[in-house]
Design a protein around this ligand. Structure first.
Ligand SMILES: Cc1cc2nc3c(=O)[nH]c(=O)nc-3n(C[C@H](O)[C@H](O)[C@H](O)COP(=O)(O)OP(=O)(O)OC[C@H]3O[C@@H](n4cnc5c(N)ncnc54)[C@H](O)[C@@H]3O)c2cc1C
Length: 499
């Protein structure tokens, strides 16, 4: 059992020489550290924060924003062990095969690997996320008598299921730091340093490998790590910041010869109260509105565009969720009565519900992170985020909602009314997923991406990335389950490479 080391007690000028250094103790970094337990590799995990929130450390995440109104750069991530899972919602669902493909209607699409590469790692990721039984595909085939779902006429939208992470026996959901601290301490080949901020990735003079990594504490200590290999798992914004700011050997930064680092930043917009769904008989199973514990998991139903529909209509992904029961105005009531009459169905018990959900966005190189002139107390440049959101991306969600409405009419079950037409109306009601993605995207071509199929930075022999910084395209589902699956795959790769 090795206790965590407080980096503030490490003697100035210390040089650590592990086989592997993992930078960042969020779900990605923790999953890799646990997966390499009891191998012959000497592993060091460097985490900026401690075991709980500390304002001066969190302030290192501060920066500037411009463009579309976006989340606070401090509020949308957490800088202590466990990272974003200290405040996440636990929504989980695997990605679909289509996300990885090059699609004609999706500029810049095409990952260097397919879903098959990470599929074997999902069951272990599900266990680490404590998301219960793996039921996603099985749930799609449950019969109406087992689990009644909305009857939708033939078309593009289908019922699909989310599962939720939970901390065993207590509150939702699993906070990776708190949950896995004792497990990390038991790993004999791992040493974890808290309050250890990486401030520079030092390239060798030929730029082909990482030679040394600078670590600093807020109390003024400095030490170095000279590893055989390094994994950067600091979240998509901080990963770009570290790569861009480490510009002493290459002026453009680490892995940025082709000016891709920091570009293609994305999150999932979540328009609220975007539409109203009316069900003529007023009946909706509770798992549409709130997560329910059943079948060995915590489940909630959403409505997703099918892969077939996405392909045939060239449609972006989205996840429609039923939010809350709502009241219709007189005009709305009249429209429901008229529609039900035309369909020959009874509507005296009709109920209305607001719809919301998450949207996929098109990769945009100008939605990006750059370095600001302001510096943080460790001397690192702060970041500037230029956030964008296109009307055409939001229109895809509108079209999918229309398709859902059409299918409800075909099945004579209900109808959908769109509430927002103008961009300003959409933007006023928009929330975001806190899913930072895409600043160091994966692509076979170094001109179009930062990492290759092994998540190794192009042109640098020993630097790997974990986390959703590597997302090439974004789908619409919450990323953490897939982040953990990809981290476990990377751990397997490193086991083979470094042994
Ligand atoms: C409010 C909220 C709700 C969310 N809900 C969901 C959800 O329901 N489902 C879902 O799938 N996802 C959700 N997410 C997103 C989820 O939290 C992230 O996908 C996940 O945490 C990313 O994991 P990561 O390990 O890649 O990065 P992070 O969790 O960001 O971890 C990065 C770690 O690196 C450390 N670090 C940063 N810089 C340095 C440095 N310079 N040196 C050393 N260490 C450093 C940080 O302290 C942190 O511990 C939510 C996020 C938020 C904020």
């Amino acid at each position: 059992m090795s206790a965590f080391i407080d980096a503030r007690t490490v003697p100035e000028g210390t040089v650590l020489t592990p086989d592997l250094v993992i930078i960042g103790g969020g779900p990605a970094g923790i999953s890799i550290a646990l997966a390499l337990a009891n191998t012959n590799l000497k592993v060091v995990l460097l985490e900026s924060g401690g075991m709980s929130f500390e304002a001066p450390t969190q302030d290192l995440y501060n920066g500037k924003k411009e463009g579309v109104t976006y989340l606070g750069l401090q509020a949308s991530r957490m800088r202590f062990l466990g990272g974003g899972t200290n405040i996440w919602g636990g929504w989980s669902r695997p990605m679909d095969p289509i996300e990885f493909e090059e699609r004609a209607w999706m500029p810049h699409s095409g990952w260097p690997f397919g879903l098959e590469a990470i599929k074997p790692y999902y069951p272990r990721a599900q266990v680490l996320c404590e998301a219960g039984e793996w039921l996603y595909e099985k749930a799609e085939n449950w019969s109406q008598s087992e689990m009644p779902t909305l009857t939708l006429g033939e078309g593009g939208v289908a019922n699909r299921w989310f599962e939720f992470s939970r901390m065993r026996g207590s509150v939702l959901p699993t906070h990776f730091g708190e949950r896995y601290a004792e497990d990390l301490k038991k790993v004999r080949n791992l040493t974890t340093y808290l309050h250890a901020n990486v401030t520079r990735l030092g390239l060798a003079s030929n730029g082909a490998k990482i030679d040394e990594i600078d670590v600093a504490t807020l109390t003024g200590r400095h030490f170095k790590v000279k590893p055989k290999a390094a994994v950067l798992a600091t979240g998509a914004i901080e990963t770009a910041r570290l790569m861009l700011a480490s510009n002493d050997v290459n002026k453009a930064g680490v892995g940025n010869e082709n000016d891709v680092v920091g570009r293609y930043f994305a999150d999932h917009p979540i328009p609220r109260d975007i539409a109203t769904m009316v069900l003529f008989d007023g009946k909706l199973a509770p798992y549409y509105l709130n997560p329910q514990e059943m079948h060995g998991a915590i489940l909630r139903t959403g409505l997703f565009p099918s892969e077939k529909y996405r392909r045939s209509a060239g449609r972006l992904d989205s996840s429609i969720t039923v939010e809350t029961p709502t009241k219709l105005d007189d005009l709305g009531k009249a429209a429901v009565a008229q529609t039900a009459k035309a369909l020959g169905v009874e509507s005296s018990h009709a109920m209305a519900f607001t719809l919301g959900g998450g949207c996929e966005v098109t990769p945009d190189p100008d939605c990006r992170i750059t370095l600001d002139t302001a510096r943080d107390p460790l001397g690192m440049p702060r970041i500037k985020l230029s956030m964008k959101l296109s009307d055409s991306d939001l229109n895809h969600f509108r079209e999918t909602l229309k398709e859902l409405g059409r299918q409800l009419l075909v099945s004579r079950v209900g109808m959908v009314r769109l509430n927002m037409k103008e961009r300003s109306q959409w933007l006023n009601g928009i929330d975001w997923g806190n899913h930072h993605m895409g600043t160091a995207r994966a692509h076979v071509d170094p001109k179009k991406g930062v990492v290759d199929a092994d998540l190794k930075v192009h042109g640098i022999a020993n630097l790997f990335l974990a986390g959703s910084s590597v997302y090439t395209t974004y789908g619409a589902v919450n990323p953490t389950l897939s982040i953990v699956a990809m981290a476990l795959r990377l751990a397997d790769h490193l086991k083979g490479k470094l042994k």
